[in-house]
Design a protein around this ligand. Sequence first.
Ligand SMILES: O=C(O)C(=O)[C@@H](O)CO
Ligand SMILES: [Mg+2]
Length: 268
Amino acid sequence: MIRLAANLSMLFTEHDFLDRFAAAADAGFRGVEYLFPYAYSAEALRTALDENGVEQVLFNLPPGDWEAGERGLASLPGREDEFRDSMVEALHYAEVLGCPRVHAMAGLLPQDADARIQAEAREAHHATYLSNLRFAAEEAAKAGRELLIEPINTRDMPGYFLCRQDQAVAVLESVGADNLRLQFDLYHCQIMEGDLIRHLERLLPHIGHVQIAGVPERHEPDIGEVHYPAVLERLEALGYRGWVGCEYRPAHGTREGLGWGEPHGLVS
Ligand SMILES: O=C(O)C(=O)[C@@H](O)CO
Ligand SMILES: [Mg+2]
């Protein structure tokens, strides 16, 4: 049985953040994920999990200055100290929340530079990314956690450093840490590369977490060009036993749009 987690940064936004845990549990979700926990104390979040009987399955490391447009620190040359601090903070939250995995966003390449500068920057980001991920995977291993990396489509996030599955696999293999795994977001993969079922088959040994959304609008999985019943059936047949994060923006209301999840135990 596919295990669905509600992404509380996108679902149940009809409610205040701390009330979304109850709304998710009431709709049949047994796991939750969201972008960032840091606006709340870890203890308050722990209480929200416990009171509603849901598991925390994923959240991201602090991403730098999100409001100013930053999208992660892991590949940013010169920001290594901040990245290390962000890992320490994330592991503290992971411990209190009992969350088995955290996601390190890669960050953006410099925009508006000429091709030569872009190429040099890409090399510098790659080297920084590998060394930061080596450090972070080691820290995560000491704490008994997994560290995830996620290719994100560059239409939604222009300049995002990690945007293709092969690039991610090359990074995982270069770092070579057992607890460094792939966050496979089918929405991003469909936009950049397509061929979702073949990607799942090939990438399964690397996958630590899956996320889904309809393409191209990022609405419910039953809206758009991807036939998710077939994709999820294949995922299950392949033996994937992890979580599938529902990371989409409801087209109308969250509950109104949950009909697609009824075969997986959700209630609309
Ligand atoms: O945007 C996505 O997709 C995510 O999974 C966020 O957590 C940013 O990485
Ligand atoms: Mg995602």
